[in-house]
Design a protein around this ligand. Structure first.
Ligand code: SAH
Length: 258
């Protein structure tokens, strides 16, 4: 089996392969896998997490876009325990993999498209028990940020209105080959009961408008949707700016509808 550091990584696919065994073990421990878990992995690469995982759960579905890696995984999977799907994680229909139990998603996400992948995955929240994703620390901070913080924004509200989000731990660039320029973090997401498609699409619309003009007071940025009186009726100060409203406030506004 070729070792990742003997193989050329493709920069345009954000290929940074985990090579530090201790870190790999630590990550796998944090998944807290049960033998009968149904796991889907995005971007398995050379299988640094995939192969240790199948030792615990026996089989896994993986989504990989790079044909060379798809071939590598198939060639090194003598017992055919890895179901390798050559596809783009950005537009894959994850509901196709669904069996009886909710699935568990893991992935060291390609960093140049981690945010759009997250938005796409949120649309399948109902199919999943949880998501453990590795992203750049800067993205992780935005995912878990709360109102009043500089890092709080559209991504924070989109994620936290659908999931309970928590950062698990950071990973140094030295755990990878080649080394990324940034620190990475693992974030755990646990889907909440859905608010329904209508509320979610309203929420996405409100949040987009509010944060596109984040320096403006919401009485101005949201004036096409809510009168200052309506904002007050929802218990929200019309003089607040986008970053002062909590996720709950945005949910309240989305339910009211405007
Ligand atoms: N999990 C591996 C590799 C992480 S690097 C490890 O930790 O070692 C990111 C992986 O995502 C690479 O395997 C890359 O080929 C894959 N990838 C990049 N863009 C993708 C896309 N659009 N869909 C699916 N996989 C993608």
């Amino acid at each position: 089996m070729k070792k990742p550091n003997q193989i050329r990584a493709k920069k345009h696919l954000s290929q940074n392969f985990l090579t530090d065994e201790n870190i790999i073990n630590k990550i796998i421990q944090c998944f807290d896998l049960r033998e009968d878990d149904h796991v889907v992995e995005i971007g398995p690469g050379y299988g640094s997490m995939t192969f240790p995982i199948i030792e615990i759960i026996g089989s896994i579905d993986v989504i990989e876009v790079d044909k060379d890696l798809v071939n590598y995984l198939n060639e090194n999977d003598d017992q055919e325990l890895v179901n390798v799907i050559q596809a783009d994680a950005l537009n894959y229909d994850y509901s196709m993999l669904r069996k009886k139990k909710p699935m568990r998603l893991i992935g060291n996400l390609p960093y140049h498209i981690s945010t759009p992948i997250l938005f796409h995955l949120l649309g399948f929240s109902e199919c999943f028990q949880d998501f453990h994703v590795m992203v750049q620390k800067e993205v992780a901070d935005r995912m878990v940020s709360t109102h009043g913080n500089k890092t709080y924004g559209r991504l924070s509200v989109a994620i936290q209105s659908r999931c309970k989000a928590s950062k698990v731990f950071d990973i140094k660039p030295s755990a990878f080959h080649p080394r990324p320029k940034v620190i990475s973090s693992i974030v755990k997401l646990e889907p909440k009961t859905s608010l329904g498609n209508e509320v979610h699409s309203k929420l996405d619309e409100i949040v987009k408008i509010a944060f596109n003009q984040r320096r403006k007071k919401i009485r101005n940025s949201l004036k096409e949707i809510f009168s200052p009186q309506k904002l007050s009726d929802c218990g929200i100060d019309p003089n607040f700016r986008a970053e002062n409203l909590s996720v709950e406030d945005y949910i309240t506004l989305s339910k009211v509808g405007g």
